[in-house]
Structures are given as structure tokens and as C-alpha cells.
Design a protein. Structure first.
Lengths: 268, 269, 247
């Protein structure tokens, strides 16, 4: 097991966290089993694993949305007990407020910070421009395509300037082309405004491409199986064809494949 | 995954749940009895719960309750059954045949939201004050939600499903019975679930206004004789009848729709 | 224009058949006054002011009862969905009373509150509150957790989430419940006024019917039916506008 915490301050510290949930019928299921993980300040970390491995659950626990039954999660040295604007989140299905326009969605969090009206509008516009949604400020979410909805959700979260960005398979509901464009854009935004990012995905290539480190999780009950360094000398689209990228994807894929088969076969 | 928190907390509350669930009803009933005995209200305005229950038991023993209940349920269920059969048939015809659609669509769209009880004196004029008048009033009120739901359900059937059946060799006649009806069933049942309480409400109203026999008529008679335990006993009996009918319909719906996802879904409350 | 006319031709046909049938004597005038006689009766009721007077009384009762039912029902339903003690206390009571045919309350309301406005307003309030409560409860319970989580992580407090997220997200179901309640309010209003009242459209129908003035009675019956229909259509327009975001 490769463990390389230590260098750089920890933005998020997960220690010995277990999580059980009660399904509709039957006994409690152990979703996470003594998971420990450190996310460094301003790093891009991907949580990768087969479906049902508890990677989203871990993200929700960091977000403070679920009660932490066993173990400890610290963000910025403080124990997590409830959601807060220091941890922005982007969901797979966008979670835009459908009765608010794009602008009203983006302004929502800014209003909660008590900013004056014109400052809210100015900042909202800045982030709407950043995600290239200019011209759609007054559209309702129902009028937007999937990719545009996800841009709006991203703008809403980025606008409140959270230190940490939690992303729950944010591009999972998009078609392949939109997905590639959004990955590019996320990277370019991240390079301009460095934040700590925890990015949940089941797509090996996406994880290796976007993240600096990939934490591979095992099938249920979820544990951290291995953390793989995925920083490369090449960057941009050329990376996809570089031998070191292909080799690293292959390595991670082999780690995940065994777990995916275990999950499919109902080995639990 | 999203409801994990709710589930865990529900799990802890589950033990207390049963006790507390009936708890608030018991509190209300005890409150009624105490309030009635406190002397704040006269026995005429608020008879004690015990005297009302005694009256219900008395009605049950004398057979009057059984008689009234069966008459009221007979009218409500008969009216509902006619409305259901005619409403589903008419709904399918409206949805499938353009000329029938032309003829009935404006009538249904105006008749559905219209307060049809206003026609009660007209029905009395035409059909008298006995069963014919009461049952036809019930049919008139209960048929509109059935027609509307059937039309919407039939028109909403996924055309790919019909195409699949056709390419699998189904004939037009089979498609109606084997594909359209089952696919529209959830919505039709929803329409029927609106129609049944309507039938009961109207059955009680017709009995209150036209008199005769039945739970509503006995109740309004008690009210005329200033027999307030009788009025309250009537409410208890009518509420029990309503509860019985609606719970049995919910049970039937679950049986008919085992394949539907709503039945598979976990109910938390 | 022609399309609309063609669409509503069957309704015109009904009135034409009505007039022709009664004029020729195929339908007994005793059972059904001629359509033209009904129209004439309606005009004279309007001129005499009776129709407006009774309609005003009825509409006031309906609005008051329904308005109270909407405010109390929505509040109770949303709180039941998201505040556990409220749910524990009120859910059994709501479940117990929901299936009760609401018209059974008419004699008790008369017993308690007499023949005037109060008995009708309270009847409509009690009868319409439960459908609104249940739709608000179901709507609020069905709100996607991610919407609530998003709002919380954007800095909203629990109270703000209830008002700014759960209430608007539940609005489609609440508005549908109110539509049911609107129809029910007319039923309860008219039937309670038919049973016993001193004014109101239901009272007027009963009074004219007892007096054998059938043309006038039909005129009022059709007025009530028309009012119910118009109220529903107006409400539907309002509902569509406030749910424009759903596209």
C-alpha cells in the first residue's frame, strides 16, 4: 500500500471513519470501514472506485451532510459537524434550484454572506462569465442543456469562494463530448483559482487526467486501497497519448478492475 | 444513499413510533371527554365521548347502525360502480375515437370542475327523493374524475410500447386489452380513488338534504330533534365508514399494481 | 377562432336541443323550463340584485374558509414533513380524519355555530384543510436532499432552508392540492347552504325550488356551476404562471 501523506499541510483529515446505513429491508450495511485519508492544501484529489464502494458517502461525510457515526473528520483543523460555506459541493444531477434563474441561483449563496446587492450581482456575473454562461443569466434550469446546468451549478459553488470544492461525479450525467469540454474547463479554472478539490468518479481516465493523486477505493465495505500519484510532465490534451499517462491509467485500471468484479459478483 | 440519515434516525424512533402514533389520538379523545365533563360547554353543544360511544353501541345493538350503514354504502358503492364502469368506457372512447372526443371533450372539461351538487334540487325535481335520485346524483358527481383520468392515462401510454406489441404480433383488439388498459391502470385507479370519496361525500349530502334512511339522514334527523349525542354518533359512524372504504381501496390498489414502482418504493411514514 | 368555436359546438348543441325540445313540448316544461325562460329569469335576478347579494355572501364564505385552509394546511403540512415532533403529533390525527366524508360535519357546524357565515366558513376551512395539508406534506417530504444540501453548503440556516428551498420545491404539489380544495370548497359551500342558511346561492336555489319558480332555480344552478368552472380556470392560469420555471 502506497501511503504518501505528510508533505504539505492537510486541508482535510479523515481518521478511522466507518459508516453504516439501513436499507429499506434488512440489516444495516457497512458502507465505509475505518477509512483514513489526508487531502493536502490546494491539491486535486480523485476518489475512484466501483459503484457502491461508498466514495460518495465519504464525500457527503466530509460535506457534513451525513452524521459521522464512528471516526473523525477535520477540515482546516476543525471537526466537521454540519455543512458550511467553506466546503462547496457540486452534485452529479446539478441540484440547481429549478424555480430560480441562473443568476438567482448564483446569487443565492452570496446573499447568505450578507454582501450588498450590487456586489452580489457583480460577483454573480463574474462567475457566470467564468463558466461561459453569459447570455443565459435569466434562463431557468429547465431551459438549459445538461452541460449548461452543470456550469451553472459550478458557478454557484465557486462564487462563494469555498476553500474546498467537493465534486460528486459532476460530469457523470453528461454526454461524452460535453464531458471532455467540462474537464478541460474545470482544469483551467482550477489552475487559475487553486482550491482543494475532492473529485468523486468511477471513470479511471478522468481521475488520472484531472487529479494530482488518485485514491482507489475497494468494493464494499469501502476502504482506501491505494493512493497513486498522477502528476505528469506533459499537460493538456497531448497528455492522453503520452506513454507515462497510458501506463498510469493501466495501473489504476488494474487496481479498480479487481474491485469492480468483486462488487459485481456480490462477493460481500 | 441520500436518505441514509433519515433512515437511521427513523430506525431509532421506530420503537417509540407505535406508542406515540396512537398517543396523540388518545390525547384528543381524553381531551374531549374532560372538556365535555368540565362544564364549560352544555351537553347539548358537546356531549361526552362516553355518551356518544354508548349511542354508537346502542345503534349497533339495535341493528339501526347496520341498516343505515348498509343503505349508505349500497348507494355510494352502486353509484361509484356505475360511474367507474361508464367512466372508464367513455374515457377510452374519448381518447381513441376523434368524433367522440369532439362531442364529449368540452362537456367533460366544463363538467369536471363544476360544483355538481348545485344540481341536487334539479335531480329532486326530475327523479324524486328516493334511491334513483340519490344514486344518479352520485354517478353524476363521481363520473367526471374517472373519465378525465382514463382519457389522460390512455393518451399517455408510451407509443413505443404499442409499437413493440404490434411488432410482436398483437392485433388492435389485443392492444387495447393487453397493453393500453394495464399501462393506463395506475392513472385510472387514481381517478377511481378520487371518485370513491366523492361518492361517499355526495351520498351523505343527498341523505342529509333529501332525508329518508341512511347515515346522513339519521344524523340530520337527530340534529332536528336537538339530539346532540345522536349527531356526534352519526359523525363517528360516518367517519368509520369512510375510513373502512378508503383503506380497502388502498389495499386493492396495492394488490393490482404489484408491478408498479410505487408499490416497490419504501414508505417511511 | 373557428377552431375554438368548432371545439365548443357540442355545448351550443346542448342549449339548442334544450330550447327546441322544450319549445316543441317533447320535453315537459314542468320538468325543464325553456332555455330562453331561464335566461330571462337570470336577467331579472341580476336586475333585482338578489343574485349579486347571494353570490357575494357565498363567495365571501368560500374565500374566507379556503384562505384559512390554505394558510394553516400548508404550514402544518410542511412542518409535519420536516419537524419530527410535529409529524408525530399531527400525522395520526390527519390520517384518521382524512377519509371522513366532510359533508358529515354540516349538522355539527350548524349545532355549534348556527345558520350564519361562521358555520359555513369553519366547515369549508376544516374540509379543505386536510387535502392541502396532505399535499404539502407529500410535496415537502419529496424534496430532493441534494437541493437542501446545496442550500446548506451555500450558507443557509435550517429555517431558511424550510422557507427558501422546501416550500418552493413543494409548491407544485401544494398548488395541486389547493385545486382539489377549491373544488371541495364549492361542494361544501353549496351543500351546507342547501341544508340550511339565510342567504347564499345554495339557499337561493333551495328557496326558489321550494317555491316552484323553476326557471329562476335553473338560472341560479347554472350560475353556481359557471362560477365553479370560472374559479377553476382562473386558478389554473395563476398556477401555470407561478410554475413557469418548470417549462
Amino acid at each position: 500500500m502506497t501511503s504518501d501523506g505528510g508533505s504539505g499541510a492537510a486541508a482535510i483529515r479523515v481518521e478511522g471513519v466507518s459508516h453504516r446505513y439501513l436499507p429499506a429491508r434488512g440489516k444495516p450495511v457497512l458502507a465505509l470501514d475505518h477509512v483514513s485519508l489526508e487531502v493536502r492544501e490546494r491539491e486535486f484529489l480523485a476518489l475512484l472506485g466501483p459503484s457502491g464502494c461508498g466514495k460518495s458517502t465519504l464525500l457527503y461525510l466530509i460535506g457534513g451532510f451525513l452524521p459521522i457515526g464512528e471516526g473523525l473528520i477535520e477540515v482546516g483543523g476543525k471537526r466537521v459537524s454540519e455543512p458550511g460555506p467553506d466546503r462547496g459541493i457540486v452534485f452529479q444531477h446539478f441540484a440547481l434550484f429549478p424555480w430560480k434563474t441562473v443568476r438567482e441561483n448564483v446569487t443565492y449563496g452570496l446573499a447568505k454572506q450578507g454582501l450588498p446587492r450590487d456586489e452580489q450581482t457583480r460577483r454573480a456575473q463574474e462567475f457566470i462569465d467564468l463558466v461561459k454562461l453569459s447570455g443565459f443569466e435569466d434562463a431557468y434550469p429547465a431551459q438549459l442543456s445538461g452541460g449548461m446546468k452543470q456550469r451553472a451549478a459550478l458557478a454557484r459553488t465557486l462564487a462563494i469562494d469555498p476553500a474546498i470544492l467537493l465534486m460528486d461525479e459532476p460530469f457523470g450525467a453528461l454526454d461524452a463530448q460535453t464531458r471532455i469540454l467540462m474537464q478541460e474547463e474545470l482544469l483551467s479554472i482550477w489552475q487559475r483559482r487553486r482550491k482543494t478539490v475532492v473529485f468523486v468518479t468511477h471513470d479511471v481516465q478522468e481521475a488520472v487526467y484531472l487529479a494530482e493523486r488518485v485514491a482507489v477505493m475497494s468494493a464494499r465495505p469501502g476502504r482506501i486501497k491505494e493512493i497513486v500519484d498522477t502528476r505528469f510532465s506533459v499537460s493538456g490534451p497531448a497528455l492522453f497519448k503520452s506513454p507515462e499517462f497510458v501506463e498510469r491509467v493501466d495501473h489504476v485500471w488494474n487496481l479498480v478492475r479487481g474491485e469492480a468484479i468483486a462488487a459485481q459478483g456480490g462477493a460481500a | 444513499m441520500a436518505r441514509v440519515a433519515a433512515r437511521v434516525s427513523d430506525w431509532f424512533g421506530a420503537a417509540l413510533w407505535g406508542v406515540i402514533q396512537s398517543g396523540s389520538i388518545i390525547v384528543v379523545l381524553i381531551g374531549w371527554e374532560l372538556l365535555a365533563r368540565s362544564g364549560l360547554f352544555t351537553a347539548f353543544l358537546l356531549p361526552t365521548l362516553s355518551s356518544v360511544l354508548a349511542r354508537v353501541v346502542e345503534d349497533a345493538v339495535s341493528g339501526l347502525l347496520f341498516l343505515d350503514l348498509s343503505v349508505t354504502l349500497y348507494r355510494a358503492v352502486l353509484g361509484f360502480a356505475i360511474a367507474a364502469a361508464a367512466g372508464v368506457a367513455l374515457g377510452i372512447l374519448i381518447a381513441r375515437i376523434p368524433s367522440i372526443h369532439w362531442l364529449f371533450d368540452p362537456i367533460v372539461s366544463i363538467g369536471f370542475p363544476m360544483p355538481k351538487v348545485a344540481f341536487l334540487p334539479v335531480f329532486m325535481l326530475w327523479f324524486g327523493v328516493y334511491d334513483l335520485s340519490k344514486v344518479s346524483m352520485i354517478v353524476f358527481n363521481a363520473i367526471f374524475p374517472v373519465i378525465a383520468a382514463t382519457v389522460a392515462g390512455t393518451q399517455g401510454v408510451d407509443k413505443h410500447m404499442i409499437w413493440s406489441a404490434r411488432s410482436l404480433g398483437a392485433k388492435e383488439r389485443d392492444i387495447l386489452r393487453e397493453i393500453i388498459l394495464p399501462a393506463a391502470l395506475p392513472q385510472i385507479l387514481t381517478g377511481l380513488q378520487v371518485a370513491l370519496p366523492t361518492a361517499l361525500i355526495v351520498a351523505i349530502v343527498t341523505e342529509i338534504i333529501m332525508g329518508g334512511d341512511g347515515l346522513g339522514a339519521s344524523m340530520i334527523r337527530a340534529s332536528r330533534y336537538a339530539d346532540s349525542p345522536g349527531v356526534f354518533a352519526g359523525i363517528v359512524e360516518i367517519a368509520a365508514a369512510g375510513w373502512l372504504v378508503i383503506k380497502s381501496v388502498e389495499a386493492i390498489r396495492r394488490r393490482l399494481l404489484v408491478w408498479h414502482q410505487e408499490t416497490q418504493a419504501v414508505s417511511t411514514v | 377562432m373557428t377552431a375554438t368555436l368548432w371545439r365548443y359546438t357540442p355545448l351550443l348543441l346542448i342549449f339548442v336541443i334544450w330550447e327546441a325540445g322544450t319549445q316543441t313540448g317533447i320535453i315537459s316544461k314542468w320538468a325543464l323550463p325553456t332555455f330562453s325562460a331561464v335566461v330571462a329569469a337570470w336577467l331579472s335576478l341580476m336586475q333585482g340584485g338578489e343574485l349579486l347579494y347571494h353570490a357575494a355572501a357565498s363567495l365571501m364564505r368560500g374565500f374566507a374558509g379556503l384562505g384559512l385552509a390554505i394558510i394553516v394546511g400548508t404550514t402544518l403540512g410542511v412542518l409535519m414533513a420536516w419537524v419530527k415532533p410535529v409529524r408525530l403529533i399531527f400525522n395520526p390525527i390527519v390520517q384518521l380524519f382524512y377519509p371522513m366524508p366532510k359533508s358529515a360535519l354540516i349538522p355539527i357546524m350548524i349545532l355549534w355555530l348556527g345558520l350564519g357565515h361562521a358555520s359555513k366558513i369553519v366547515l369549508i376551512f376544516l374540509g379543505c384543510m386536510l387535502p392541502v395539508t396532505i399535499s404539502a406534506f407529500n410535496g415537502a417530504r419529496g424534496v430532493e436532499p441534494v437541493l437542501i444540501w446545496s442550500a446548506r453548503s451555500l450558507g443557509a440556516t435550517r429555517g431558511q432552508v424550510l422557507r427558501e428551498i422546501i416550500l418552493p420545491a413543494a409548491m407544485p404539489e401544494i398548488l395541486a392540492g389547493i385545486r382539489t380544495a377549491l373544488a371541495l370548497s364549492f361542494v361544501l359551500l353549496v351543500s351546507s347552504e342547501l341544508v340550511i342558511a339565510r342567504e347564499g346561492l345554495g339557499y337561493l336555489i333551495g328557496w326558489l325550488g321550494d317555491g316552484g319558480v323553476y326557471a329562476s332555480m335553473f338560472a341560479v344552478v347554472l350560475t353556481v356551476a359557471g362560477l365553479g368552472f370560472v374559479a377553476d380556470r382562473l386558478y389554473l392560469m395563476l398556477m401555470k404562471r407561478s410554475l413557469a420555471w418548470r417549462e
